[in-house]
Write a protein that binds this ligand. Structure first.
Ligand code: PLP
Length: 382
């Protein structure tokens, strides 16, 4: 099979990261966050690997993502956390998908879905503890838990979780973090007063899981760390990046000083050199703004992307390296062979690794490899 660019997903790295995170979670369970197609790594493959290596739960954003996992035959518990009040949630109940709840109105529509489907809706009540996104505010919370207790007594819903999300877990001394923990404690106490004693209290994302044990409670929800990105700037916990993004050269040319490269041109060659055309561009998730900063690995040497990144292609200045059509170009990988990592790309693009990983386009083929398979050559791999 021929493909212009592809992402190799090392499921061995996912397994390693899951094991490491499960250990760091101590007695708390692990929810592998596989939203956005497993941060671009392939949700079913990541989910299966995570579950086989210690994840008890899977977390996704939408109903569609949850159903995709069920269709792939995955039976582990799933929590989904974003939908509109108008969504028909019968499919969630019929497929054993737990639903996050922000409001009393959402509880009523879940109760209606429970009546229609003859199922009990398993819900996780979400408290807004300071992020001002999803969740009920401190003012709304007492009403939410009162309605939840009533519907639970009526046998229509079961409150399985009470949860929230942190605004900033990178700095354990952050005062905002401690304010959030206080608001969360109050929310839990009010839920208990209303007669709600959920099995699962959960709050921590990757950074909180790895460095703030008092956020662990019953379940932790790592996302980016599962994929091998270190979540705390300046600290390394031994995670292994799972994705290698690569393409192969389709054309090279020898050019002299004064040659303009790509649109504009923004880049003028200042010496005799070899330019390599690489068929991956911003439609595939290479940020347009990295031109002039980003480097890619060619034969183990870091070479600059020159000129503007186009929709489908970009140009790499490989100097005097003996590069020819068909040669492999690594945009990012584990870093073990000197290639850039996704963290380098995030820095070049002025964003986070989450945005780079989830921005990899659908045209890029995902190839999953197991723990023991080490791909050295493009041709032997597929
Ligand atoms: C995305 C997400 C996570 C995972 O966050 P990371 O910082 O990637 O670990 C956890 N919880 C919720 C609610 C999320 O939306």
């Amino acid at each position: 099979m021929s493909t212009l660019a592809r992402a190799l997903i090392d499921l061995g790295a996912i397994a390693h990261n899951t094991t490491l995170l499960a250990r760091a979670a101590g007695s708390a369970g692990l929810m592998a966050v596989v939203k956005a197609n497993g941060f671009g790594h392939g949700a079913p493959q990541v989910a299966r690997t995570a579950v086989a290596n210690g994840a008890a739960w899977l977390g996704v954003t939408s109903l569609r993502e949850a159903l995709e996992l069920r269709e792939a035959g995955i039976t582990a518990p799933i929590l989904m956390w974003l939908y509109t009040p108008l969504d028909d949630l019968d499919a969630a109940l019929l497929n054993d998908v737990d639903v996050s709840v922000n409001s009393a109105e959402a509880l009523e529509s879940l109760a209606a879905a429970a009546e229609r489907t003859s199922r009990v809706a398993a819900v996780h009540l979400k408290a807004d503890t300071g992020l001002s996104r999803a969740g009920a505010t401190a003012a709304e919370w007492p009403h939410l838990v009162t309605v939840a207790a009533k519907l639970q007594t009526a046998g229509l819903i079961r409150v399985r979780g009470v949860w929230s999300h942190l605004a900033h877990a990178e700095d354990p001394g952050d005062p905002g973090l401690h304010r959030q923990l206080d608001v969360f404690a109050t929310a839990r106490a009010q839920a208990a007063e209303a007669g709600i004693e959920p099995a699962l209290i959960h709050l921590a994302n990757s950074a909180a899981l790895l460095q703030i044990p008092q956020t662990h409670f019953d379940l932790v929800r790592p996302g980016v760390a599962l994929y091998g990105v270190e979540p705390v700037p300046g600290r390394s916990f031994g995670l292994r990046p799972a994705m290698t993004l690569e393409a192969r050269v389709i054309l090279t040319k020898r050019v002299g000083p004064g040659t303009g490269v790509s649109y504009g041109p923004d880049h003028i060659v200042d010496r005799e050199t070899t330019l390599a055309l690489v068929p991956i561009g911003f439609a595939d998730g290479v940020p347009r703004r990295v031109s002039g900063q980003a480097r890619v690995s060619v034969h183990g040497t870091r070479c600059p992307i020159v000129g503007r990144v186009a929709m489908d292609q970009m140009v790499v200045d490989v100097g005097n390296l003996p590069v020819s059509a068909g040669d492999r170009v690594v945009l990012f990988g584990s870093g073990q062979d000197g290639e850039p990592t996704v963290a380098d790309w995030a820095q070049w693009a002025g964003t986070n690794a989450h945005e780079i990983l989830t921005g990899i386009g659908t045209r890029v083929e995902r190839v999953h490899v197991g723990e023991d398979v080490r791909i050295t050559s493009w041709r032997t791999a597929t």
